[in-house]
Design a protein around this ligand. Structure first.
Ligand SMILES: *Cc1c(COP(=O)(O)O)cnc(C)c1O
Length: 490
């Protein structure tokens, strides 16, 4: 059927009938990007990591493109990927205990590194019944996700209510004959505080259980801070009892997304992370990661970033990021109503409000209107709602403090969002399974949530509603929200 006489459905096809010129495609892409937050410049204090050195990011992009079409599926076909991965894993292993020969895997991110660590632990020591994973309340949800995907039960233990650090006694009390892995964070993301790794690893070792240190966010800052004589307690693979560790290079390694390393205490444990299948008549499947066909671009980019910055570059970047965080902590102390949660060990700062008149979610919206993105964190197990700052040396902290103080003042004037309590009750009682996505989209519209953006989103209302609900109901609503967001015409 020629395109002219195509049915309306075909005419609306997302795939153009004829290929478009490159300039047009790129212009379209640029238009789509207009609504995005900026990835450089330090005004978005979450998600992105900017060195402030354009040449480093440009080099990473070039290296990425060089290997973009190389497929990690077959390391014998593309030996460059073996050399690159050995080099990247050794660079991390040298700094995070065990020496350069420590076995590891380059993965697409913290979640995949954690997935592999949980799989290795599950398969290393089979238990009677459903295997269990013991994790402090502040551990990253990637562990729950891994447990969910791998048929493991996640057992949460509370953290210290004042320091937000994991409690070794609570971990000990949660161990059962079915425990396959104990988790601690160095540091945990929400407040940036260090769990007592040595104590928890000792508890695990005593019980003959493996122990994973999640150094996804802090692993590539802490070694440089220790060299600079900051107080860094032992946390890496050299600590007795620690059997695996994850470190994301796409965070404070400043590599583009798709870069993390998981280290294992020995090759036998790493082999438990691998997967092979010869049960089909096709090519041989032997995978180190969850993904099978996979671009070598992120690996090349991470390798190039490590080489371009070198240890000296990371020392400097860690120092400037830490100076920024120190200044932010000091400045927050001078803003009425605000305080920092816990004692962060890396350049992460969580800021809560002590004044009911200053709502942090409204503050975040006010900051957004001033050109800043501050990441909201919902309350959980007694930890108050707060705003999370992931700092790099690029952030102009004086400007940030000015925006923070101005937004706090504006939030005080505006007051907390007016959320009808019967709306929260209705959501709590909502039968989500009995609703279509169209029904849910209608409900969102009725309460004033505009999915198509159009200007600065008013997130305070949404965050306040979610904050008033228990986690399992938040999860159901979030999944519905995602489904509705991705449905609909392009
Ligand atoms: C970011 C992070 C993760 C998850 O990493 P992704 O790269 O987003 O998958 C896990 N643990 C901690 C502590 C993190 O900060």
């Amino acid at each position: 059927m020629p395109p002219e006489t195509a049915s309306p459905a075909t005419a609306r096809s997302a795939l153009p009938e004829t290929g478009r010129p490159a300039a047009e495609v790129l212009a379209e892409l640029a238009r789509l990007r207009e609504g995005d937050l900026p990835v450089r410049g330090g005004k978005v204090t979450a998600y992105v990591y900017d060195t402030g050195r354009d040449a480093v990011h440009d080099l990473a992009a070039t290296a990425h493109r060089e290997l973009l079409e190389v497929n990690c599926l077959d390391p014998t076909a593309f030996p460059s990927i073996v050399a690159l991965e050995r080099s990247v894993v050794a660079a991390v292993a040298e700094r995070l205990g065990g020496g350069a020969a420590t076995p590891g895997v380059f993965t697409s991110g913290g979640t995949e590194s954690i997935m592999l660590a949980v799989k290795a632990a599950r398969d290393a020591r089979p238990v009677d019944g459903r295997p269990q994973l013991v994790l402090p309340a502040t551990a990253h949800p990637a562990f729950r996700k891994a447990a969910h995907y791998l048929g493991v039960e996640a057992v949460t233990v509370p953290v210290d209510p004042d320091t937000y650090r994991a409690d070794p006694d609570a971990v000990r009390a949660a161990l059962t004959p079915r425990t396959v892995l104990v988790v601690c964070s160095a540091p945990s993301y929400p407040q940036g505080v260090m769990d007592p790794v040595a104590e928890i690893a000792a508890v695990a070792a005593e019980a003959g259980v493996l122990c994973h240190v999640d150094a996804c966010v802090g692993g590539w800052v802490l070694p440089w801070l220790r060299e600079a004589r900051r107080d860094v307690p032992p946390f890496d693979l050299s600590v007795p009892g620690v059997t695996s560790l994850s470190c994301d290079l796409h965070k404070y390694g400043y590599a583009p997304k798709g870069a993390s390393v998981v280290l294992f205490a020995d090759e036998a444990l790493r082999r438990r992370a691998y997967y092979a299948s010869a049960e089909w008549p096709g090519y041989t499947v032997i995978n180190a990661t969850v993904q099978s066909s996979r671009s070598a671009g992120p690996l090349a980019a991470a390798w190039a970033t490590l080489r371009a910055l070198g240890a000296d570059g990371y020392r400097e970047l860690a120092a400037t990021a830490t100076a920024a965080a120190d200044r932010l902590r000091e400045g927050v102390a001078g803003i009425p109503g605000l305080r920092v949660l816990g004692d962060p060990a890396v350049p992460l700062v969580a800021v809560a409000s002590d004044d009911p008149a200053v709502d942090v979610f409204v503050l975040a919206d006010e900051a957004r209107a001033r050109g800043w993105f501050f990441q909201p964190q919902l309350s959980y197990q007694g930890i108050p709602p707060n705003l999370h700052f992931t700092l790099t040396g690029v952030t102009d902290v004086e400007a940030l403090l000015e925006a923070l103080a101005g937004a706090a003042e504006a939030a005080r004037e505006a007051g907390p969002p007016d959320v009808p309590s019967d709306l929260v009750d209705a959501l709590r009682a909502l039968d989500l399974d009995g609703m279509t996505d169209a029904d849910f989209a209608g409900l969102l519209q009725a309460v004033g949530v505009d999915l198509d953006g159009g200007g600065e989103p008013e997130m305070a209302f949404v965050n306040t509603v979610l904050d008033a609900l228990p986690p399992e109901i938040r999860e159901g609503l979030l999944i519905r929200f995602l489904s509705v967001l991705y449905s609909g015409a392009p």
